[in-house]
Structure formats: C-alpha cells, structure tokens
Design a protein around this ligand. Structure first.
Ligand SMILES: *Cc1c(COP(=O)(O)O)cnc(C)c1O
Length: 395
C-alpha cells in the first residue's frame, strides 16, 4: 500500500526519524574504553526522565513484562504478601507474574474502566497491623482501558497509614509521557519499556529503584540470575553491562533522551494532555460515543479506549481501518475484545498525526454502520486544538 502506515496502537509507537537514524550504525565493541562515554550519561539522563536524584535506573535488554519480574525478584522473598488491584489486562498480567514467582498475592477486582479505589486501599493498609504486606503493585496507566491512577494520592495513603510496603509501579505507558515523579511521589520501583513513551523499538526495560528498594535486595530471597540488579550494579558505574547490550538501541535511547529533555518533561506532559483532550473531544463531543474510562479523573493522556455501541464489533472497525485505510488502531484486550478499539496518543505525535487516526477511525466506523456523523470527530478535535494552540511555547 502506498504511503505510510498510520500507527496508533499504544505501543510500539512512532519512532522519530532522528532516532531511527541514530540507530543505523555498524556494531561496535561494547567493552571498548570509549563505550562508557555513551553509557554513563544514559543512566544520569534516565534519572531525569524518572525524576529521581536519590535512586538509580537500570537498563535491561528485555521488555515491560520483564520489568515486573525485575521489580519483584530483586526486592521480595518467596511467600511474601503483596497487595494489588485488577482493573485491566496489564494489572491482571502483573498479578499473574507475582503468583508465578511464588508471592502471595492479595488482589481486589475493580470494574474495568475504573482505577484503584483509594478508600479501600486506605482501609486495607490500616487493617494490616502486623505489616504483612511487603509491596503494593500498581499499574500507573492501564493501557487496556485508558485509565490513569493517582500515584500521589496512593503515596499519601501509604504515608498516612505509616505503612512500610514497597510502592511498585508499572509505568510502561506513562513514564516519559504522563506526569511521573519518582522521588516526590515516594515510588520505590518504577518500570517501563522502550516502545511506548520512549519511542524506540521494543527490547529495552528501564527500571528505577529507590534507595529503600536497592537496600531490599540484600534480604530478598526470590531466585534471580539474568535479572539480578547486583550484576548490573557491579558493571554500570564503570559504564558497562554484565552481558552484551543492544548497542544500536543505546544510541537510539541517547537521541530519545536528547529529545525529551530538550522539550522539557513538564512540556512533554502538557503536550500529551492537550493532544489527548483533542482525541477525547472527538470521541465524546463529536461522535457522541463513550470511553471505557468511567470518570474524567481516570482519563488517560496516553491512550483512549473507545467503546463501540451495542450490536457492533470493534474488531470489524480495526480490521477495516487496517486494510482499507492503512491505519493501525489498538485492539480490545481480553475482556474488552470486540467492545473497544484504542487510539494511542503518546510519543512522537502531533495534532495532524492524530487527525489521521480520528479520520481513519471515523471512516471505518461508518463502513461498519456505526452511525457517526461524517466529520464530527475531527471537527471537535480541530476546534479544541485550534483554541488551545497558544498554549504551545513561543518559538
Ligand atoms: C505494554 C505494557 C506492558 C507490557 O510490555 P511489553 O513490553 O509488551 O512486555 C506492561 N504494562 C503496561 C501498562 C503496558 O502498557
């Protein structure tokens, strides 16, 4: 098909051309005396994106799924109790991973479309007088439902209840796009992958540990080998890795960090917020449809899960968008299969790129018979983006 594929799954996201170029390199000697000049600043700049000065961030040749395991095996012991909430595909998978590793997972079901119930959490932590809960596992942004949790409020609850549990968060579809402040919010382990907000191919897991989480490794008894942070610590300060790194991707990461830090993290968050709001206007005001996220306080600025009306199958919309219009929309995962399609609005995106996602989704919806008014979605998005364009910084 002529022209580009319009890629609006929430990951992998579009890789900026300058990042593609930065990765187009011959292989190199990862034990050369020059190599640390590339590597050492990566750790420092990753900390700026995670917003930690006291912790450290590790780079593993892995994916977000491995990030869960890296977080847990380095801090916990077999049979440790962990607390979590299940409100979508990814929070479900993290819980499953914790179970497989031999942790005792206490988790609560939350309707998909909502996030962590704060009152319940406060009550549960207060009841844990003997401090049996060793860690709290929270998916910051549930990519399957388009729900973002308020991590600051969760930290406040941990503080108010004086609960010592390690605060672990999945930031795969938030870090580098949504506001995230590891130190300020007292997050102990924060994990992400390379192919969402970091605008790289999949294959990088970036995991931040607070001083408290780093110290926990000395008593953590879960078996670990490839994912041991001890091995990383032994090599990273000198600018090396315990095993062969993906050197091309490290150069790509260098360029990603240049882009994010040049824009400024606060501006990165503001850009995602504004672009996401345009997409929401298209869905809610233009098409008159519903988001899976049930309340504005849960709305995700990186992904919107759009509920198709009764009697229609979202998979038809996705298939037609792909074959007729060269547009990749995100699918409904597990319980949501057929019920929603998703538009990822994170990473290297701007208004007119997202306009293609809105227009393509609208065409495909009309093709399957969903009665949206032609041009209604894009009209609502356009007018919002036009009205707020002055929010962009002066050039
Ligand atoms: C994509 C995603 C994952 C899984 O990451 P992989 O890189 O596919 O292993 C985990 N959690 C969330 C919230 C995600 O969006």
């Amino acid at each position: 098909m002529a022209g580009r594929n319009h890629l609006y799954v929430p990951g992998p996201t579009n890789v900026p051309d300058s990042v593609l170029s930065a990765m187009h390199l011959p292989m190199e000697d990862h034990r050369s005396p020059e190599f640390p000049k590339l590597v050492q600043p990566l750790f420092e700049d990753l900390k700026r994106v995670f917003r930690t000065t006291t912790g450290r961030v590790f780079i593993f040749p892995a994916t977000g799924t491995a990030g869960w395991e890296i977080a847990m095996v380095n801090t916990l012991s077999p049979g440790d109790k962990v607390l979590s909430y299940r409100f979508g595909h990814f929070s479900h998978l993290w819980i499953q991973s914790a179970k497989r590793l031999g942790l005792e997972v206490e988790y609560y079901e939350v309707p998909w479309g909502q996030g962590v119930p704060l009152d319940h959490l406060a009550e549960r932590l207060r009841r844990d007088q003997n401090r049996q809960i060793k860690a709290l596992l929270i998916c910051h942004n549930e990519t399957s439902t388009g729900v973002t949790n308020d991590l600051k409020a969760i930290r406040q609850i941990l503080d108010e209840t004086e609960h010592p549990a390690l605060f672990m968060i999945d930031g795969v579809s938030s870090i580098g796009s949504l506001e995230f402040r590891m130190d300020e919010w007292g997050v102990d382990v924060a994990l992400t992958g390379s192919q969402k907000g970091f605008m790289l191919p999949a294959g990088g897991a970036y995991v931040g540990f607070s001083p408290k989480a780093l110290a926990a490794r000395h008593s953590a008894k879960l078996p670990r080998s490839f994912f041991s942070i001890d091995d990383q610590i032994a090599h990273n300060d000198a600018g090396y890795f315990p095993y062969t790194p993906n050197t091309a991707m490290l150069h790509g990461l260098r360029q990603v960090l240049n882009l994010l830090l040049a824009e400024g993290m606060d501006q990165v968050y503001a850009r995602h917020r504004r672009l996401a709001e345009g997409v929401r206007r298209a869905v809610l005001d233009g098409w008159g449809m519903r988001l899976c996220a049930q309340d504005p306080k849960w709305y995700s600025d990186t992904v919107s899960a759009i509920v198709v009306p009764e009697g229609f199958d979202a998979r038809d919309v996705i298939r037609i968008a792909y074959y007729r219009y060269n547009l990749s929309l995100g699918s409904g995962l597990s319980e949501l299969a057929g019920k929603v399609f998703r538009i990822g609005h994170l990473g290297d995106v701007n208004e007119l790129m997202l306009a293609s996602a809105i227009v393509g989704a609208e065409m495909a919806m009309r093709d399957v018979g969903i009665p949206v008014q032609p041009g209604s979605g894009i009209a609502a998005a356009m007018e919002y983006w036009r009205a707020t364009a002055s929010e962009a910084p002066e050039r």
